[in-house]
Design a protein around this ligand. Structure first.
Ligand code: HEC
Ligand code: HEC
Length: 227
């Protein structure tokens, strides 16, 4: 029953969510297999009378023997080129989206070479069919910090001795320029390896109206719950 509902919501989402209203955006549910209800029940140790050492560990081979079968999953990051890939569903509301396309030749990002911005800056993104870099990345959320003699002032407020973090959320300063703290894209956005999950995933993000599965709006809700 639960599964049916999930499938129904996902297909509704595929129809409802679209980048420019013209075509429906397809997204890949990265938890489809890991969050399978049958798998979760099977792996739930709470419903078992006896829990063996084997069941406790992530590896499912003899714990007292290093046999050839005891090898980790091989990482495989091969993906279609930018423009030919399918986006991944976000892990939770306002989670940084995983990079769905190949990053071959794009990494590492250096001060002199950041190809990500070449396709993702809002001015060029629509023509590349790429998701534009969001407003939050053009906003400085860091408190203005200055030294006044021996005193440390954050947002004009003097910090107590040894305490430099006791400051409310800084005034957001929007800019036309990409904020420096967002320059190193791969610090937060990572490619996804094709690998099975070692354990089932019982986490379910609360997506509210479901839109957050394929887009984000952190800048709009940054101060939600902050007084
Ligand atoms: C040649 C243009 C191009 C370059 C370069 C590029 N991208 Fe992309 N990116 C795209 C396109 C187009 C998509 C949409 C998916 C697709 O069609 O492959 C995308 C999708 C994404 C997404 C998913 C967004 C979402 O809505 O889920 C992320 C994250 C991303 N790219 C990050 C990066 C990062 C980080 C780099 C640099 C390492 C980069 N991209 C370089 C074109 C590009
Ligand atoms: C400090 C972490 C961090 C860095 C660095 C960072 N991002 Fe993000 N990014 C996020 C988070 C968190 C979100 C989701 C919340 C939001 O919208 O701000 C996001 C969202 C996005 C989205 C989806 C926007 C949407 O409308 O759904 C794109 C595209 C993106 N980032 C591209 C980039 C690119 C390209 C870079 C490098 C120039 C970059 N990001 C650097 C954390 C980061």
């Amino acid at each position: 029953m639960k599964m049916l509902i999930k499938v129904a919501t996902l297909s509704a989402l595929l129809v409802a969510s679209s980048l420019n209203g013209a075509e429906a955006t397809k997204i890949v549910d990265i938890n489809a297999q890991a969050s399978d209800a049958t798998r979760i029940t099977k792996e739930d140790l709470g419903n078992k009378k006896v829990v063996t050492e084997l069941a406790l560990g992530l590896r499912k081979t003899d714990l007292y023997e290093e046999s050839n079968e005891t090898t980790g999953d091989k990482a495989d990051y091969s993906r279609p080129a930018p423009g030919a890939s399918t986006r991944f569903e976000r892990a939770f509301v306002n989670a940084p989206p995983m990079i769905p396309h190949s990053v071959e030749g794009l990494l590492p990002i250096t001060t002199a070479n950041n190809q990500c911005v070449g396709c993702h800056m809002p001015a060029v993104a629509p023509s590349m069919k790429a998701t534009p870099i969001p407003t939050s990345h053009f906003t400085n959320y860091r408190p203005t910090t200055v030294m006044d003699g021996e005193k440390v002032l954050k947002e004009g407020k003097e910090m107590g001795p040894g305490n430099t973090s006791d400051v409310l959320v800084a005034k957001a300063q929007k800019s036309e320029k990409l904020n420096n703290s967002r320059f190193n894209c791969s610090q937060c956005h990572a490619p996804q390896s094709k690998a099975g999950t070692a354990v089932a995933n019982t986490f379910q993000g609360d997506f509210g109206d479901g839109k957050g599965k394929s887009g984000s709006s952190l800048a709009d809700v940054m101060n939600e719950g902050v007084e």
